[in-house]
Design a protein around this ligand. Structure first.
Ligand code: ADP
Ligand code: MG
Length: 856
């Protein structure tokens, strides 16, 4: 057993702007502990909380200042925990801090650079490396990824869902068994046999997490995410299995409601999140008190799930993430205070060993065989499982004469052979039964005779017939009821199938989804095969589908808009950069692969040469009859040492190539994630744009460019994405909006060279005026408005330029809106697509207007 207090570390996030000096200082001099002093700026100290202290001092195991690298964080914090997990102890690392302080960056990593990968990918890498090195034991690794939002758990690794909101993910619930062990129902455990598979799972979960997030729920700041690695190990031949869990936890933002001060629904949500952190704090306070018997774990799902990590069988580490800017001083101080309380908790981690019954059976069988062999040696006769037929016949004869013998003194002697004793009993039983049956059949015969001879009275007959009729009726009714029930069930089943795509029928019934906890003993081992064979393929294909992006086809107009959105998005630089790096790594890997092949063939040649050399020497020694073959051949020695060298370089290059492979895989996943994010943000922008265009009457509602949208997004919340500050800042003067025009002709005016240039890059080659039939279509007075309406409501035309004095007439408007007739946009004839194109063109026009590029 290892007794240990929860280890606490602090990490200070790099500040974006130059900060005034002296907000905090780190003192590493004290023995083995570090102290963080937060100094209140004078203006803040005046009105701050309840006292006028000017500085606060907090102790941590170690403080990672702004310039600390992810690698150092892993080495100091995560590696020791991973090691103890490999040894069979449970471990937990959780990050606590306000939104934007770097929790996700620390736990999962940055989305841009390979070197930014956080504790989870590095730990996975480390664990699989260690598992490979240790050939004395057999290991199995499973991964689960749980998100808790608003007291509800969601399985982020569900392979069958293309989640577009949290509610699409399977709900995870807590079950408590009579022994008060916690089980998580519906949380899938996916087997990962390699680092690559584990990473794929991490990215699948992160992508689900990102996609499920909406601006309304902002799940990333309000939910807790628990990534768990389950490792079981055993030595060959032993029945003892060790199981350990490693929880890597990204908690919700720790900010307080009072400060956020948001209204309406948001307030309740914010309070709710804080409520679960509030319960966490209560648990921690209770644990820190010496003589508390009741710890309020049950108050929230998160404390329930992390019960072992807090005051239980676990080695736990906390990372307090701090964003030490002036405006965050208050939150930083409460984060540190929380950490100080956490540091008082003492945990007792025990080795999680248990006996596997299957392995025990195998061991016992072996033991029995050994004992039998021993017995055979002692008795001198080979003991078989069954008695032979001759022995049986002899025994039965013996028993019969015993039974028949009237002498009360007679005895049945069979010796001490248990097989014979057992058979005696069996045979006696048989004899007894045989006696009974003739008696019985005699008596039943009598009854039958009686039946036949004594006819029933008429009255009795009638009574019986009535009874029979009554029973028949009853049976009919029951059959009908049964039919109805069956139909109901069938209907329900069909309904379920249609509403859920029939995928989750057996979810809760499957043992796979029960049992995160220790006591779900057999579930991991017995279902692991199932997971690997079935589900992991599922999740891979689900992820693959996402990767290839075939989820939905975009119409031409949206594609165009997406291209431009992409160009303006800050992330596109990262994607491009990563593409560049990826290309580089690819060619590096290719070159390395070629070199490896070369070295390999070199080694082959050397081997060949050595072989030949040896043959020659043998041949020589035979012909010469010399005994010189014992001597070392200098040439061969030389060849051998050369080969050793080549082997060394082969090994080196191979290790390098393996590293490259991991990096390439990681980069690909990062890019995939960035693309998904981009697409998601584009969807939001597109919808907002359409709605905005429709609200055209107010100048504030003038359409925004993708860039100004990105800016607004980044200002609205201090989240991860918020820091994607746009590259360029654009003026967006308020423009008066024109009245909407209902019918629109598809004429394009030559509004700007840039526009057509830009568009023609992507669109098909210029065609002669496409207007004819589409014009008809758009001018058709019989047409329903809905026909004109694109998917997300019809975006109204953009505002005219400022020097437009007269109310815009229709033709004018169309030309303003739609550009020149010489533009190269063809209409497709499909109203949906054409409307998309129109909407895009208008959005684009607005964009150009704001840039001042549109002709006036
Ligand atoms: P949280 O999860 O606590 O809300 P994030 O991890 O999302 O915060 O961090 C917010 C932003 O700050 C992200 O853009 C992240 O990349 C950046 N960031 C956080 N910590 C660091 C760090 N140590 N070095 C560089 N960037 C960081
Ligand atoms: Mg986060």
């Amino acid at each position: 057993m290892v007794k240990q207090t929860i280890q606490i570390f602090a990490r200070v996030k790099p500040t974006s702007r130059k900060q005034p000096q002296g907000i905090y200082s780190v003192d590493e001099d004290e023995k083995s502990v570090a102290a963080l002093e937060i100094i209140l700026p004078r203006d803040l100290a005046e009105g701050f909380v309840n006292n006028k202290r000017e500085s606060y001092k907090f102790k941590f195991q170690k403080i990672f200042d702004q310039e600390s690298k992810q690698e150092a964080i892993f080495d100091t914090i995560a590696k020791p925990v991973a090691e103890s997990v490999l040894a069979g102890y449970n471990g937990t690392i959780f990050a606590y801090g306000q939104t934007g302080s770097g929790k996700t960056f620390t736990i999962t990593g940055g989305a841009e650079r390979y070197s930014d990968r956080g504790i989870i990918p590095r730990t996975l890498s480390y664990i699989f490396e260690q598992l490979q090195k240790d050939s004395r034991k057999m290991y199995t690794t499973h991964i689960s990824y749980l998100e808790i939002y608003n007291e509800c758990g969601y399985d982020l690794l569900d392979p069958r869902h293309e989640a577009s909101s949290l509610e699409d993910l399977p709900k995870v619930t807590i079950l408590e068994d009579p022994d008060q062990n916690i089980h998580l129902k519906n949380l899938s455990l996916q087997q990962a046999t390699t680092e690559e598979e584990a990473l794929n799972l991490l990215f699948l979960g992160d992508t689900n997490r990102m996609i499920a997030e909406t601006p309304m729920n902002q799940a990333s700041t309000r939910s807790h995410c628990i990534f768990t690695v389950h490792i079981s190990s055993k030595e060959p031949g032993s029945a003892v299995v060790r199981r350990a869990k490693l929880h890597l936890v990204d908690l919700a933002g720790s900010e307080r409601v009072a400060k956020t001060g948001v209204g309406g629904q948001l307030l309740t949500e914010a309070k709710y999140i804080n409520l679960s952190l509030h319960y966490l704090e209560q648990v921690i306070i209770a644990l820190a008190e010496k003589h508390r018997s009741h710890i309020p774990y049950r108050n929230s799902m998160m404390t329930n799930v992390l019960r072992d990590s807090l005051g239980g069988n676990c080695m736990t580490t906390m990372i307090a993430t701090l964003s030490l800017e002036k405006r965050n001083i208050e939150e930083s101080i409460s984060t540190c205070r929380f950490a100080q309380r956490v540091a008082l908790i003492k945990n007792e981690a025990v080795l999680n060993e248990e006996i596997d019954p299957r392995l025990t059976i195998i061991r016992l069988k072996k033991e029995i065989q050994e004992l039998k062999d021993e017995l055979a040696i002692v008795t001198g006769e080979q003991r078989t499982e069954e008695l032979t037929q001759v022995e049986l016949d002899k025994l039965e004869e013996h028993i019969r004469s015993f039974v028949e013998d009237q002498d009360p003194e007679s005895r049945l002697e069979v010796g001490s052979d248990m097989r014979k004793i057992h058979h005696c009993f069996c045979y006696l039983k048989k004899l007894l039964n045989e006696r009974k049956i003739p008696e019985k059949s005699e008596s039943s015969h009598e009854i039958k005779d009686q039946d036949g001879e004594v006819p029933l009275k008429e009255e009795e007959f009638k009574k019986l017939r009535d009874l029979l009729k009554q029973r028949d009726n009853e049976i009919n009714i029951l059959v009908n009821m049964l039919k109805k029930e069956k139909k109901k069930v069938q209907d329900m089943f069909n309904q379920q199938n249609t509403s859920r795509g029939g995928t989750r029928q057996s979810l809760s019934a499957s043992p796979l989804y029960v049992g995160l906890d220790d006591s779900s003993k057999a579930s991991i081992s017995s279902t692991s095969k199932l997971t690997q064979d079935g589900n992991s393929l599922d999740y891979r294909s689900a992820f693959q589908r996402r990767k290839t992006g075939k989820k939905e086809e975009m119409s031409l107009g949206r594609q165009e808009a997406f291209e431009i959105f992409k160009q303006d998005h800050a992330d596109s630089i990262t994607i491009e950069d990563n593409k560049q790096i990826l290309r580089q790594r690819f060619s590096e890997a290719k070159a390395l692969g070629e070199s490896i092949n070369e070295v390999r063939s070199k080694i082959g040649h050397l081997k060949e040469e050595i072989n030949q050399r040896q043959m020659q020497r043998v041949a020589l020694s035979i012909t010469d009859n010399a005994v010189g073959d014992q001597e070392l051949d200098p040439v061969e020695e030389k060849l051998r040492s050369k080969m050793e060298e080549e082997k060394k370089s082969y090994k080196k290059m191979f290790t390098h190539l393996k590293g490259l492979k991991v990096e390439i895989e990681h980069l690909q996943l990062l890019m995939e994630k960035a693309k998904v994010k981009l697409k998601k943000e584009f969807e939001v922008w597109w919808i907002e744009e359409a709605i905005n265009l429709q609200k055209k009457s107010l100048p504030e509602n003038s359409p925004r460019t993708p860039e100004s949208w990105h800016q607004q997004q980044s200002q609205s919340h201090v989240t991860n994405e918020s820091e994607l500050i746009s590259r360029k800042i654009m003026p967006s003067p308020p423009l008066p909006a024109p009245p909407p025009s209902r019918n629109q002709r598809t004429r394009f005016s030559n509004s700007s060279v840039e526009e057509s240039d830009l568009i023609s890059k992507k669109s098909p080659p210029p065609s002669p005026l496409p207007s004819r039939n589409s014009e008809n279509k758009f001018n058709n007075p019989n047409m329903e408005e809905s026909d004109l309406t694109p998917r997300n409501k019809v975006p109204s035309p953009p505002p005219p330029s400022r020097n437009q004095k007269n109310p815009p007439d229709r033709l004018y408007l169309e030309e303003r809106v739609l550009g020149s007739p010489s533009s190269s946009i063809p209409f497709t004839g499909d109203s949906q697509t054409d409307n998309d194109i129109l909407a895009f063109l208008k959005a684009r026009q607005n964009l150009l207007q704001k840039k001042g590029l549109a002709n006036s």
